[in-house]
Design a protein around this ligand. Sequence first.
Ligand SMILES: Cc1cc2nc3c(=O)[nH]c(=O)nc-3n(C[C@H](O)[C@H](O)[C@H](O)COP(=O)(O)OP(=O)(O)OC[C@H]3O[C@@H](n4cnc5c(N)ncnc54)[C@H](O)[C@@H]3O)c2cc1C
Length: 357
Amino acid sequence: MAPHTKVAIIGSGPAGHTAAIYLSRAELKPVLYEGMLAGGTAAGGQLTTTTDIENYPGFAKGIGGSELMDEMRAQSLRFGTEIITETITRVDLKSKPFRLWREYEDADADEPAHTADAVIIATGANARRLDLPGEDKYWQNGISACAVCDGAVPIFRNKPLVVIGGGDSAAEEAIFLTKYGSHVTVLVRKDKLRASKTMAKRLLANPKVTVKFNHVAVQVQGEEKARGLMTHLRVKNTVTNAEEVLEANGLFYAVGHDPATALIKGQVDTDDEGYIVTKPGTSYTSLPGVFAAGDVQDKRYRQAITSAGSGCMAALEAEKYLADLEDDEPTLDKEQDAKKPESNGDTAPEYRSNPLL
Ligand SMILES: Cc1cc2nc3c(=O)[nH]c(=O)nc-3n(C[C@H](O)[C@H](O)[C@H](O)COP(=O)(O)OP(=O)(O)OC[C@H]3O[C@@H](n4cnc5c(N)ncnc54)[C@H](O)[C@@H]3O)c2cc1C
């Protein structure tokens, strides 16, 4: 028989660990699968791929991305979360309890490695890259996939910056970056923007922005030393094939993200971009007992703090779901129910059984 837990968390970014902290403090003994280079990212998620985090509250001097995730992991462990360093490669969310298979232990077996009454999906998303020559060398040394996260760092202050992309995100990021850079060039592969009319108008009207239509990036250039910074970008006109080198101390990709939802495809509702659909303002997915938190269900904010916040919501909602399941069981412990304090009416009835509130 596969080991059974009340709740399993899949994913190890801020959403997964926040859910684990809340659930373990509520003594629900969660199991968290942190992944073994799941989707090419180390356990700990996207923040392990970056250096300083300056916008996560509580760290006035900033904190390293990996250091922040090590702290979250330690906090999950401290309250009794069981962390398993494996990737979940298959789930059966149609059966009750839910069934989970691990990549190495039993990927092809009939019996799953694990069963759970509730599952929290916190598998995150990955920013698309372009695989340009020079990209690996200058990643995080000038190249970023998140203007809101990195725009304010000193290497970009009063420097020429480039954004790649033609959609709303690219327009928003470019306008945001005009606060910091001396000028922002936007490279758009086609002859028009995909952004909404309002965003496009705002972008084109900004005196600190130049939009280069029919242009793609071909090579990132920069200092030839360890941790050297990018300084230039070679670009190509897709109509004439003419190339030129732009001065650029920052390069921001706004070419989309891929939510890590292959695992649940066809079992839980996703939108046309693959993000898990949650009921607005909650972590509820289309399947009762399955909750989603973090970037896997959020294509708008995509921040560590919003992921952590939604991890908290998923934990509280999973906890309520589990309490309701127990209430429905014929073996309900009536004695324990009788011991519950009477509500004084101050607490919302649906959260009365939640020990955290
Ligand atoms: C370069 C960079 C810099 C950033 N800087 C900032 C910043 O300064 N401030 C900020 O607020 N945000 C920043 N962000 C955004 C932030 O990292 C994300 O919003 C946040 O990490 C999302 O958290 P998450 O919990 O949803 O999942 P993720 O961080 O995406 O982590 C999910 C992880 O779960 C694991 N996993 C996935 N699938 C499975 C599976 N099947 N089984 C087991 N494990 C699995 C993987 O390790 C995966 O990476 C940055 C992002 C990037 C890429």
